[in-house]
Structure formats: structure tokens, C-alpha cells
Design a protein around this ligand. Structure first.
Ligand code: NAD
Length: 310
């Protein structure tokens, strides 16, 4: 299979790229190396991929690049490129969110139109549910996004749906629930917590710690994303990809103490704008249609992330 992976140098995109190459597929990876975090980290994410002759890295911006030649003969597009992070999406930085989440998606969809693609997989976000009260969230739970990030991710989903309905693009939309594991972005909670523990510092904890999250190990997300590309019934559908369980952040701190052997001290901070209280995925649709099954329990996944800390 010849694939295009956008955002290939990022946290999840690099794992997906590694998995595709390991399965013998040909991968063109596009990444603009946006300055959300260090370029050297992103290049390091691609260390394994770059050993493969079947991998081609194109350092390019989806909003500006000539996409037609990059899509030649491509069968499956995995669209992961985007501006991540809820808290940073307010104020002046919104332009980066609307550009990299919305404009980039629109441009890529336009370039895909009329091509004989087998699948276009979009990496959406659980943040689109906001604080919807009817937990666990099903795919038909009414979205109530409450951050600029979530709003751009929801709008990008709708763009994919419109291209599916109006032009027959074989799109599948995935909603990832807080992804963790080796290479996790430096701004994400587990990465910050583990970095603080290693430095002997207290852990920055926003809110009272009783908020819950449905955490998903990156290998499970990759498995679900690959299944979305390989399942015909997935076309035109939307799927939650969650970890199958949820925990409070206070429980996470206890677990981190057990894993690292450190005495974990929280440094409470006020809740941040855009943060939701709870997240919880109903994953029945992904289980039935994609054969999706999260396999890595939180304690195991966190241990792997800790062991892989640079
Ligand atoms: N990490 C999570 O928990 C999570 C949860 C839900 C959804 N997602 C979505 O999954 C995707 C990947 O997230 P991640 O955590 O790996 O983020 P990441 O920041 O590590 O990776 C995104 C990559 O996209 C690239 N990029 C951004 N704008 C681009 C553009 N215009 N052209 C080309 N490349 C561009 C960046 O340089 C970056 O390497 C994102 O779309 C994100 O919204 C992630």
C-alpha cells in the first residue's frame, strides 16, 4: 500500500509511520516542523523511519505545498498534521489553529478530490465533546466544543464529511482520547509530570485532580487508525478511539509514584480555560466495525513512557 502520512514527525504520526513501514507499506511523510515544540525532537521521532528505503520525508507545509505530486499513486491518506493543545489555543495563537487545523485540511481535501483513494483517515479529537453531560460519549453525542482548538477540530471533521457526501471521498473520522506513550508531546500532562519527577520537582496539577480522563496508549491508537484504513465498512463513519477506562488525575499521580519510586508532590494550579471536567469514550462502534480493542492498561503504558524518557 502506498500511503501519505501528514504530521509524520509528530508524536502519533511518527508511531503510525513506523507501524506502516514495519508492515511493508510505502510511506511519504509530510511535516512542516511547526514550532510548537523543538524540531530536533520531531526529527528524532523519525529516527527509525529514516532507515527504511520505503520512507520519504517531505518537509513541507500543507497550506503552501504543491500537493498533487505528493498524492500521485497514493492509496491511503492519514491526516494527522495539526496544531495541537487546548490551553494554548486562545488569543493570538488562534490563527495558527485555524491555519493548521482547518485551512490545511481544506487544502489537502481539495487536492485529494477526484483521486482514486481507498481511504482518507482524519485524526479528530475527543475535545469536540466539550463538557457534554451524557458520559460515556457516543459518536452521536452532541458536540459542545469549549476551546478554540476543539472548534477547529470539529470544523475539520465537518469538512471531511462534506467531501465524503458531496464528492464521494472515502473518509473515516477518528476521535482520539488523550493519547500517551513514548514520544508524547512535551506540553502534554504525562510528559510534564515525568519530566518534573526526574528533575525532583513538584508536579504542576491544574484543577483539583478529581477530573477524569480516558487515556489511550499510542500503540492502541495506531492499531485503530490502521484498522480504519483497512475496513471497507468504515467509509463515511466516525469512531471514538479511547483507552476503554478512565481515571482521575489524582489516581495518575499515585500510579506515577509507584512506577518511578519517587515521592510525588503536586503543585496545584487553577483550572485552565478550555479544560473539560471529564472524558470517557464509548468504543462499541470501533469494536464492532474496526475490531478495535485497547490492549495496553494505564500502568503498563505509563511504565513504557517512563522507560523511554530521553
Ligand atoms: N495527542 C493527543 O492526545 C491527541 C488527541 C486527540 C487528537 N489528536 C490529533 O492527532 C494529531 C496528531 O497529534 P500529536 O499529538 O501527534 O501532535 P504533534 O504536534 O506531535 O504532531 C502534529 C504534527 O503536524 C505537523 N504540522 C502542523 N501543521 C502542519 C502543516 N500546516 N503542514 C504540515 N505539517 C504540519 C507538526 O509539525 C507536527 O509534527 C493532531 O491532529 C491532533 O489534533 C491528538
Amino acid at each position: 500500500m502506498k500511503c501519505l502520512v501528514t504530521g509524520c514527525a509528530g508524536f502519533i504520526g511518527s508511531h503510525l509511520t513506523d507501524a506502516l513501514l514495519a508492515q511493508g507499506h510505502e510511506v511519504t511523510g509530510i511535516d512542516a516542523f511547526t514550532p510548537t515544540y523543538d524540531r530536533a525532537i520531531k526529527l528524532h521521532n523519525l529516527a527509525q523511519a529514516r532507515d527504511f528505503a520505503a520512507f520519504r520525508l517531505v518537509a513541507a507545509d500543507l497550506v503552501e505545498a504543491d500537493l498533487a505530486p505528493l498524492l500521485a499513486d497514493v492509496e491511503v491518506v492519514f491526516h494527522l498534521a495539526g496544531e495541537p493543545g487546548v490551553r494554548q489555543s486562545w488569543g493570538e495563537r488562534f490563527s495558527a489553529y485555524s491555519r493548521n487545523n482547518l485551512q490545511a485540511t481544506a487544502r489537502l481535501l481539495d487536492a485529494c478530490q477526484g483521486r482514486p483513494l481507498r481511504r482518507f483517515v482524519f485524526s479528530g479529537s475527543s475535545s469536540i465533546y466539550g463538557d457534554a453531560p451524557d458520559l460515556p460519549w457516543r459518536e452521536n453525542t452532541c458536540p459542545q466544543p469549549r476551546s478554540p482548538y476543539a472548534i477547529t477540530k470539529l470544523a475539520a471533521e465537518h469538512l471531511c464529511r462534506a467531501f465524503h457526501l458531496d464528492f464521494g471521498l472515502p473518509a473515516t473520522i477518528l476521535r482520539y482520547f488523550t493519547v500517551y506513550g513514548p514520544r508524547q508531546r512535551p506540553d502534554m500532562a504525562f510528559h510534564r509530570f515525568l519530566r518534573a519527577i526526574r528533575a525532583g520537582e513538584s508536579l504542576p496539577l491544574f484543577g483539583d485532580g478529581q477530573q477524569t480522563r480516558d487515556f489511550t496508549f499510542v500503540d492502541d491508537i495506531v492499531a485503530g487508525t490502521l484498522a480504519a484504513a483497512g475496513t471497507d465498512e468504515a467509509v463515511g463513519q466516525t469512531f471514538n478511539l479511547g483507552g476503554g477506562s478512565r481515571v482521575t488525575l489524582n489516581d495518575v499521580l499515585t500510579l506515577l509514584g509507584q512506577i518511578t519510586g519517587a515521592t510525588v508532590q503536586a503543585a496545584p494550579r487553577s483550572q485552565q480555560a478550555g479544560d473539560v471536567r471529564h472524558t470517557w469514550a464509548e468504543i462499541g462502534a470501533a469494536q464492532r466495525t474496526l475490531g478495535y480493542q485497547p490492549r495496553v492498561p494505564l500502568a503498563v503504558g505509563l511504565q513504557r513512557q517512563w522507560a523511554a524518557m530521553p
